[in-house]
Design a protein around this ligand. Structure first.
Ligand code: ES4
Ligand code: ZN
Length: 336
């Protein structure tokens, strides 16, 4: 029966991880010191790496986590900081047996604090290049838009010269939608997604993490997404589940994230078996590995411990991950 070694050897693809979510407390404090960044003094969690890790074990919701996520990234200033962050992730991912990574980053979380998009992109791109050369990991970069910010701000960033240049050059191939979900329905971003589709970009959006299954329907029908990030609340709507299974839309499920952010009480409540039985395609992902207690292999192991899946179940999961990837057919056949 599948153990950690078996899971390590599977040809894994990751489709849902935020590069900023790979910022470990160790790197956070190191960059804060290097860049002279003052961390909040009124929050005792920031005293040591240990106290910060302890706080990460007590998140109460998505928004409670996001507060730490946005403070954490305030230490990222130079291109080399972004490169170090992403390289840290790729090294973990490589030892976990990752073959292909489609990763998110949040331009607005940096431009709104005075760090330019080109600084962010050049650092992340350098790490991606190094991951391909030294680790054999292929990558796709996705710009995510922050749904708690005004849609017109998101549009402005999308249409800015440097962001458009990164789409035209192929450095970035997709857009996503993240941050606080409740009260920020997909409909707010109809114009943004219309323009991104016209530009030939791939489209994804976080939906049905904390928000209701109706957000999944609007992401599909109003935004026209090719993929759904999280989507666990799909299990509450049997008809929609049939539709998603029939059309083959990939869900990017993040089991440890769902437990740490209290979307579910335990891994057993992530609808893994339900999706397998309904023929819903999904991949298993780490989301924000430095905040949620594990990288991709830890998520695979947690699922195996909770569900006792068969070798055939794992083949179904990995095949869906490869076939649902946005890399070329040639790369897919290498992984299959
Ligand atoms: C996120 Cl878990 C999650 N959900 C929504 N937005 C995010 N940004 C980073 N992690
Ligand atoms: Zn996410």
């Amino acid at each position: 029966t599948p153990n950690r070694e078996f899971l390590q050897l599977l040809p894994k693809c990751e489709h849902h991880m935020h590069l900023e979510g790979a910022l470990s407390p160790t790197l956070l404090f190191k960059l804060a010191a290097q860049n002279n960044i003052t961390l909040p003094k009124d929050d005792e969690s920031f005293q040591t790496a240990e106290s910060l890790i302890a706080r990460y074990e007590r998140f109460t919701s998505l928004d409670d986590f996001l507060q730490y996520y946005y403070i954490g990234m305030s230490v990222l200033i130079h291109s080399s900081d972004f490169e170090a962050l992403a390289w840290d992730y790729f090294q973990h991912a490589s030892s976990d047996g990752l073959h292909h990574a489609e990763v998110f980053f949040d331009p607005q979380a940096h431009t709104t604090r005075g760090v330019s998009y080109s600084t962010v992109l050049s650092g992340f791109s350098a790490a991606c290049e190094r991951a391909r050369k030294e680790l054999g990991i292929t990558t796709i970069l996705t710009t995510c838009f922050l749904r708690h910010l005004p849609p017109k701000d998101c549009l402005e960033v999308f249409e800015s010269e440097e962001v458009q240049a990164s789409y035209k050059s192929g450095a970035v191939k997709a857009i996503g939608l993240d941050s606080s979900e409740l009260d920020f329905p997909p409909e707010l971003f109809t114009e943004l997604y219309g323009k991104a589709k016209k530009a030939g970009l791939r489209l994804t959006a976080h939906a049905g993490e904390e928000g209701p299954a109706t957000y999944i329907t609007s992401a599909l029908d109003v935004l026209g997404v090719d993929r759904i990030d999280h989507g666990i609340r799909l299990a509450e709507d049997a008809d929609l589940m049939k539709r998603i299974a029939a059309q083959g839309t990939l869900l990017t499920v993040c089991p440890l994230s769902n437990v740490v952010l209290r979307c579910v009480e335990k891994i057993e409540q992530v609808p893994i078996r339900t999706f397998l039985d309904a023929g819903v395609k999904f991949s298993i992902n780490s989301d924000d590995p430095a905040y949620f207690g594990g990288y991709i292999l830890d998520n695979y192991v947690a699922v195996q411990e909770a569900f006792g899946l068969s070798v055939q179940d794992w083949e179904t999961i990995c095949r869906a991950g490869i076939e649902g990837s946005w890399c070329g057919e040639e790369r897919k056949s290498e992984m299959l």
